[in-house]
Write a protein that binds this ligand. Structure first.
Ligand code: NAD
Length: 409
C-alpha cells in the first residue's frame, strides 16, 4: 500500500470541494477517482478542472452511497454540515477511511454514533481542521511544548469572518448557512479556533472540556445588509434570523484552564482567528504577531510609531519541518499552505496505517460545542456539561501533536 497511488473520492463540490481539489492536484500520492454532488453542473466543473490538470477523468455520482459502493481508498466529505455524519458512518461501516470537513453539530446523538461506529469498525476517521496545521498555530503549539510560556492558564480564539454575502447568497447558491442562521442561535463554527487550542491543552489526552456557558448578542447585521443590498432586499427583506451577530462561549477544562471563543460572522470587519495563549511565563498573540516571553516586551515597546512590535519571525526554529520547507506552490494551493500540509499528513497516515492526527474523539468534542452552546443560550446562558465521549479513556490517553515538533534545548 505504501507506494500505491490512493484512488480517492471527493464528496461535495461547492466552494470547499473546489478549494480541496486545488491541493489534491498538487499531491502525487492521490488520484481523485470519484466525485459526487447533488448538482450535475458542479460535477462537470470539477471534471473540467481535473482534465485541465492532465489527470485521469473521475467517475461522477449524485449519491454518496454509490461512491461508497465503488470502494475508493479514502473519502473526503465537503458537503453541508448536516450531511457529514451520515456519510462518515456509511464510509466507516464499509471500512473506507473517511475525513469530514469542519463545522459543528446540533445533534449530540450523532456524536455518539460517530464514536460508537469508530470503536466498532476501527476504520480511520479524520476531522479536516486545517487551522491545526496553520503556521501560526503550529508555532504557538511548539512554543508551548518547549515550555516557553510556562503553564498555560487561558486561551482565546475567534472566528471573525464577514459572511453576510455568503449567507444571503444562499438564496441563489443553495448554501446551507442561510437556513442555519434563520433557525439556530449558537456557536455554529467553533472548530477553527477551538481545534488548535484543544490540541495544545491535550483535550481527551489527560485533560477534557468540562462545561461551557454561551451568550449571543441581538441579531441585526443580516437584516441591515439585506435591506441595503438590492439583489436581496425584495427576496429576503423581513427574514427573521435566530442567530445573534456575536456569540461568546466560555469553556472550563478539567485541568483548570479556561477558553474564551467568539463567533462573529454577520457584521462588517476583517477576517481574524485571534489566537491568544496565556501562560505563567509568557503569551502568544496571533493578531499582534508577537511572542512575549516573561515580559521581554513592555507596553511602551509594544506599540511603536503606531505599529505593533512583531517578533514572531525570531522564533521560526520552533516551526515543524513542513513549514520550514514549504514551497510557493504549496502555499498558494489554499489558505496559505495549511490545507496542503494537512492533506499531506492525512494521506501519509492512511498509507502508513498510522493513527489519525485529529481523531473521532477530537472531532465530536469540538463539534458538540454547537449543540451545547445552543442549549446554554436558549436557557439563559446556563452552564452545560460536556459529555465524556472517551468514556473515561481521556485519563490515560497520551498527548500527541498533529505534526512532529522540534525540541529546542
Ligand atoms: N476548512 C476550511 O477552511 C473550510 C472552508 C470553507 C468551507 N469549509 C467546510 O466545507 C464544507 C462545505 O462548505 P462550502 O462552503 O463548500 O458549501 P457549499 O454549499 O459551497 O458546498 C457544499 C456542496 O455539497 C453538496 N452536497 C450537499 N449535500 C450533499 C449530498 N447529500 N451528497 C452530495 N453532495 C451534497 C452541495 O450540492 C454543494 O455543492 C462545510 O463543512 C464547511 O464548513 C471548510
Amino acid at each position: 500500500m505504501e507506494n500505491k497511488v490512493l484512488k480517492i473520492a471527493l464528496i461535495g463540490l461547492g466552494q470547499r470541494g473546489n478549494g480541496l481539489l486545488t491541493n489534491l492536484l498538487c499531491l502525487e500520492e492521490v488520484e481523485v477517482a470519484y466525485i459526487c454532488d447533488l448538482f450535475p453542473e458542479r460535477i462537470e466543473k470539477i471534471k473540467a478542472r481535473i482534465a485541465e490538470a492532465n489527470k485521469p477523468s473521475p467517475v461522477g455520482f449524485a449519491n454518496y452511497e454509490d461512491v461508497i459502493a465503488a470502494k475508493p481508498d479514502a473519502i473526503l466529505v465537503a458537503t453541508s454540515w448536516s450531511n457529514h455524519v451520515k456519510t462518515a458512518l456509511a464510509a466507516m461501516s464499509a471500512g473506507i477511511p473517511v475525513a469530514i470537513e469542519v463545522g459543528g453539530t446540533h445533534n449530540i446523538e450523532d456524536c455518539w454514533k460517530l464514536v460508537d461506529c469508530y470503536e466498532k469498525t476501527k476504520t480511520p476517521f479524520m476531522f479536516l481542521e486545517n487551522c491545526c496545521y496553520n503556521r501560526d498555530e503550529i508555532l504557538a503549539t511548539s512554543l508551548v511544548r518547549n515550555g516557553k510560556f510556562g503553564e498555560v492558564v487561558h486561551c482565546y480564539g475567534e472566528y471573525c469572518h464577514d459572511l453576510r454575502e455568503e449567507i444571503a447568497g444562499g438564496i441563489d447558491t443553495h448554501h446551507y448557512r442561510l437556513e442555519e442562521y434563520k433557525h439556530h442561535n449558537c456557536d455554529n463554527y467553533p472548530t477553527h479556533e477551538l481545534g488548535p487550542i484543544a490540541k495544545l491543552l491535550n483535550i481527551n489526552r489527560g485533560n477534557r472540556f468540562v462545561r461551557l456557558v454561551s451568550m449571543s448578542s441581538k441579531a441585526r447585521g443580516m437584516n441591515v445588509y439585506i435591506d441595503k443590498t438590492e439583489k436581496y432586499a425584495n427576496r429576503l427583506g423581513g427574514t427573521h434570523f435566530d442567530q445573534g451577530d456575536v456569540t461568546t462561549t466560555m469553556i472550563q477544562c478539567e485541568n483548570g484552564e479556561t477558553i474564551l471563543l467568539k463567533l462573529d460572522t454577520t457584521l462588517p470587519h476583517l477576517y481574524s482567528r485571534g489566537l491568544r495563549i496565556e501562560g505563567t511565563l509568557g503569551c502568544y498573540d496571533q493578531n499582534a504577531q508577537h511572542v512575549n516571553i516573561d515580559g521581554t516586551i513592555n507596553d511602551e515597546e509594544f506599540l511603536q510609531d503606531g505599529k505593533f512590535f512583531q517578533n514572531q519571525k525570531e522564533y521560526s526554529e520552533y516551526l515543524s519541518d513542513d513549514w520550514r520547507n514549504i514551497t510557493k506552490e504549496q502555499m498558494e494551493a489554499g489558505h496559505g499552505g495549511m490545507d496542503y500540509v494537512m492533506l499531506k499528513h492525512y494521506f501519509h497516515c492512511i498509507r502508513d496505517h498510522l493513527e489519525m492526527p485529529i481523531d473521532v474523539y477530537d472531532a465530536v468534542s469540538w463539534m458538540v460545542v454547537t449543540a451545547l452552546s445552543a442549549e446554554s443560550i436558549a436557557k439563559g446562558s446556563i452552564p452545560v456539561e460536556f459529555p465524556d465521549f472517551t468514556r473515561g479513556k481521556w485519563k490515560t490517553r497520551q498527548p500527541v501533536d498533529v505534526i512532529d515538533l522540534p525540541k529546542i534545548s
